[in-house]
Design a protein around this ligand. Structure first.
Ligand code: MLT
Length: 404
């Protein structure tokens, strides 16, 4: 009789956004006349930029002719895209990253879940609390997290770094020494971030502790303040301790297109073993490349027209963020985030739990958000709203909340 990976049995409940989708489906079925506004999952709503569409059309035509047809993509991704990444995302910021340190993928969710595969089973992970659930769940699946305590909603072998109102949502160095540190900055779910100087302290800490930082920079395009790093490689010493994951989902609306990349510097080593070589081996074995059409779409995000159009798209969502933030503040809520990230993190009113507030908002305003406790125990009593809706829906949602 075959056996299963028992670690999957340890996972509590379903994936957060699947649970929310089920709840919303049940509500819709029971209340078919209600007009629901979804500000839950951070999924974009604006169409792809014209420059991206044009590049995709051109690539589709190329695929229809024998002379310009493309089969399997190169392991690490097409040169044209990796060079554009190096020039625009790294060299322009003074970061020393080369094309053979870039691994093009189908998105940062997959990369953030898969990257743990190249690390030993006994490594201890440290995560911010609240945290994007994929980091912890993927480590649960591989048996790295120990025993789950349902009461505290924590794993025995995970180091939690609470990020709350009290510490300004800035993670503090943990008492125990971690081997792998997950940092998502600007942060999902709190919508807050740290300064470049604070990030430098993390890089110094990791280098000293012999730990690796898995740096999720999916929301980098939303940074508006000057003292915030756009890449961890802006910090001195990051090449020896950090892997950076990037996504085109949030800056270019590719949630349904799928494209991202991981940066694994050649200087990142465990004794004399290069993590770059390990990830290349893993990538070559398990991944056959993002589609040619999609990689051309990615390249178009770096053209002058593409850059200008995406800047406008980011501004559109950040106008939503400001609308939510101002509206909630006026309604008496305590709100965070929304300045360097497309998420607003609010304190639930009247000591409601996160899920109580979820139900309250759905029932009374027909607005869907995300309960903070779904991201970890320190998220209890908080709630997340996304700025990725349409402006009209965002405005309508806030008007409804203001009337409650
Ligand atoms: C979120 O809502 O946290 C994100 O959209 C999830 C994701 O990017 O996978």
């Amino acid at each position: 009789m075959f056996q299963i990976n028992e670690n999957y049995q340890k996972l509590p409940g379903s994936y957060l956004f699947s649970t929310i989708a089920k709840k919303v489906k049940a509500f819709t079925e029971a209340n078919p006349d209600k007009d629901i506004i979804r500000l839950g999952i951070g999924d974009v709503t604006q169409p792809l930029a014209p420059a991206v569409i044009e590049a995709m059309h051109k690539a589709v035509d190329e695929m229809g002719k024998a002379e310009t047809f493309h089969g399997y993509a190169p392991d690490l991704g097409y040169e044209f895209l990796r060079s554009a990444i190096v020039e625009n995302d790294y060299k322009s910021r003074g970061c020393d990253i080369s094309a053979d340190e870039i691994f093009v993928s189908d998105g940062a969710k997959s990369d953030s879940a898969n990257i743990q595969e190249i690390f030993g089973p006994d490594n201890r992970i440290a995560v911010c609390d609240p945290v994007y659930p994929v980091y912890v769940d993927s480590n649960v699946m591989s048996g790295r997290t120990g025993v789950y305590d349902a009461k505290s909603e924590t794993w025995s072998n995970v180091i939690y770094m609470p990020c709350t109102m009290e510490n300004g949502f800035v993670p503090e160095f943990p008492k125990e020494t971690p081997d792998m540190i997950y940092l998502c900055l600007p942060n999902n779910p709190t919508g807050t971030t740290i300064t470049k100087a604070q990030l430098q302290e993390w890089v110094d800490y990791a280098n000293k502790a012999g730990a690796v930082i898995i740096y999720d920079g999916a929301y980098e395009a939303y940074i508006s303040e000057p003292d915030v790093a756009h890449s961890i490689y802006e910090c001195e010493g990051a090449r020896t301790c950090a892997i950076e994951l990037k996504s085109y989902s949030k800056n270019a609306g590719f949630t349904g297109v799928r494209l991202g990349y991981a940066v694994v510097p050649k200087d990142l080593k465990c004794k004399d073993v290069s993590l770059n070589s390990m990830w290349a081996r893993r990538h070559g074995t398990k991944f056959n490349g993002a589609p040619y059409i999609v990689q051309r779409a990615g390249e178009a995000t770096y053209s002058p027209e593409g850059k200008a159009q995406l800047k406008e798209q980011v501004a559109y969502y950040m106008k939503n963020a400001a609308t939510i933030k101002t509206g909630l503040k006026n309604a008496g809520y305590t709100v965070f985030g929304g300045v360097n990230a497309p998420y607003i993190w609010l304190k639930t009113p009247d000591k409601m739990t996160s899920w109580e507030f979820f139900d309250y908002l759905l029932d009374n305003a027909n607005v869907v958000g995300t309960p903070g406790s779904g991201f970890g125990p320190s998220g209890e009593g908080y709630f997340r709203l996304t700025a990725f809706g349409s402006y009209e829906n965002t405005l309508a949602a806030i008007e409804r909340i203001e009337k409650l």
